[in-house]
Ligand binder design. Sequence first.
Ligand code: ADP
Length: 170
Amino acid sequence: MKRALFPGSFDPITNGHIEIIQRGLCLFDEIIIGIGLNTAKQPMFSPEQRERWIRDAFKEDARVRVQSYTGLTVRFAREVGARFILRGLRSAPDYEYERNIDLLNKYLDAEIETFYLLSHPETSFVSSTLVREVIRFHGHLEGLLPPHIIRDIYALYPGGKPVGERREAR
Ligand code: ADP
């Protein structure tokens, strides 16, 4: 049984994360999405809300589970019996960032191996940080987040819908 941990903040989970998880399921029998709660940043969404959205996104798939954690990612990976960590790579800065985390994780626990998947072109520009900006300014979220999350967020917008139109290329 190959079990992987997919750690991150998921504030909120995006179509980019979901795409990595779906492709990760070709490599691993089970993926545990770990919501890391130890970042210094103040999150936009509560851990409970983030967990609920993730659970709903994978409610049809028993191979994907979600759990919040604090402390070291490698320690949490051991706790949940995951020998593997899954991460996504969008760009060269992602690579630089991930490389240092990888080296640190190996230093802390050499038995845990991290696997990387390159993001898809359609979602490689999507980050939770940018999505939070769109949410803050009441923009359109189609294509960035799964529909059930968009529905919940639009309900919080004034009038329950995004401001203005989204213009597509002709
Ligand atoms: P962090 O808070 O550590 O940046 P995130 O929650 O943003 O973590 O992301 C968790 C993982 O998902 C990271 O490996 C990140 O590179 C990856 N990821 C985020 N957005 C995308 C995307 N659009 N395509 C592929 N991977 C992504």
